[in-house]
Design a protein around this ligand. Structure first.
Ligand SMILES: [Zn+2]
Length: 430
């Protein structure tokens, strides 16, 4: 059966989209400094007659703006919880060195000064603003909630500070993956950071080395014994920083480092990611055991202070989960090939799923994310708007058909599923 053609953006909407992208990208909004960008977005939405609520996340996590929530009410009365869909993007960008001058040629949007354009994630923000205008002009039965988060790049902090109880939506879409349109991130790992501080005993290295307990040696044992990289089962382990010496808080290596003292302090900082809670926990347990074994080696035992911090939880959806089904259908109706995959990076979808809202992260088509020369094609930007229109339409049609399944819960990560588990390159953020 041929899929029903989806609604498409008009020529005027495409022009509005390009204008919004240029306006948004020209506003610098590195994480924690989203004020001007948030004001612009709120002004556009309020100009449409919509209500925009900003939470106090900025004050709580040390930024100058909070998360924006804008609800576009549907025309259908009745159960609001079963009739709302969440669309989410982030307002912040990675740090930018200079002003940004968005330029468009026949094929691409880039920063004319060669920096990071900020299409991650402003291409989606621009598309959401144009979508909002359409939904105000042509109301639909469904309530659509727009969540614009701050401080996504530094460990999803804005989304983590957002109160998900404010949402009516029963499922959500984040459009924030830097891969070609069609990608559906159905699984993303959880992330635990470890900070291992080894404390030994100082002694003169030449006169009485027997009295010393080298923390650096213990740390080296640990690093050598830890697994690194991708493990069987899909977890990853990385040691990101080591330091050590006579100083409890070793700084940069001095011009004349102390070598005649057995070093009493060393620190190993790293992370574990796991595709599901069980694998993540098992890998963290293994890392913890190795760190303890390295510290308590009978040949030179030292003390260990270990801090484990869960940064975010993993998620993994079955192909039958509502947002996966609807994203797949919307992409097919657009003539795009849906590509469900599990990713190695994180997005606001991790936080929303952990809050019980089944959410997928969709590809937005931007390229070279976080790098100078970041770009998005004119075609991908316009396709993102079409994808949003098709997604919303898919929900409306399903609701009208009376077959909406709103009881889908986020699949417990690690549950058996039929989806391919291929992993994409990890993103520098998240
Ligand atoms: Zn992003």
């Amino acid at each position: 059966m041929m899929p029903v053609p989806p609604p498409r953006a008009s020529a005027a909407e495409r022009e509005a989209l390009h204008g919004e992208l240029a306006a948004l990208c020209a506003i610098r909004s590195p994480s924690g400094h989203e004020r001007a960008c948030a004001d612009h977005v709120a002004r556009v939405l309020r100009g449409l007659g919509l209500t925009v609520d900003e939470d106090d996340a900025g004050a709580r996590i040390g930024g100058d703006a909070g998360n924006l929530l804008c609800r576009i009410p549907g025309t259908a009365a009745g159960d609001p919880t079963g009739q709302a869909v969440l669309l989410c993007a982030h307002l912040d960008t990675v740090p930018v060195a200079a002003e940004i001058r968005p330029v468009r040629d026949e094929q691409w949007w880039t920063d004319g000064l060669g920096g990071v354009l900020g299409a991650d994630n402003k291409a989606t923000v621009a598309a959401l603003l144009v979508l909002a205008a359409r939904l105000v002009r042509e109301p639909i039965p469904l309530t659509v909630e727009l969540l614009l988060t701050v401080q996504e790049e530094p460990q999803l902090q804005g989304a983590q500070a957002f109160d998900p109880r404010r949402l009516q939506a029963s499922c959500g879409y984040v459009i924030d993956h830097p891969s070609p349109l069609g990608g559906i991130v159905v699984g993303a790992p959880g992330h635990v950071r470890f900070d291992a501080r080894f404390h030994g005993r100082p002694a003169h290295a030449g006169i009485a080395p027997e009295d010393g307990r080298s923390a650096i040696l213990a740390a080296a044992r640990a690093v050598a014994a830890l697994p690194h990289g991708r493990l069987d089962g899909g977890a990853t382990v990385n040691v990101g920083q080591i330091a050590g010496g006579v100083d409890p808080e070793p700084g940069p290596v001095p011009a004349a480092p102390v070598t005649n003292v057995v070093p009493a302090h060393a620190r190993v900082i790293g992370e574990v990611r796991g595709p599901d809670r069980d694998t993540l926990q098992a890998t963290v347990d293994a890392v913890e055991a190795i760190l303890h074994d390295a510290a308590h080696d009978p040949l030179g035992p030292v003390d260990l202070d270990l801090t484990l911090e869960t940064r975010f939880q993993p998620y993994r959806h079955r192909a039958s989960t509502l947002p996966v089904r609807h994203a797949t259908a919307a992409l097919e109706r657009l003539g795009l090939t849906p590509r469900p995959f599990a990713d190695g990076g994180a997005s606001d979808a991790n936080v929303l799923n952990a809050a019980g809202l089944p959410t997928v992260n969709l590809a937005g088509g931007n390229e070279r994310a976080h790098q100078p020369g970041e770009r998005i094609s004119v075609a991908a930007l316009e396709a993102t708007l079409d994808l949003l229109l098709a997604l919303v339409d898919e929900h409306v049609r399903t609701a009208e058909a009376g077959s909406a399944t709103v009881a889908d819960a986020a699949a417990p990560a690690g549950a058996a599923d039929a989806l391919g588990g291929g992993s994409a390159a990890p993103r520098p953020s998240g």
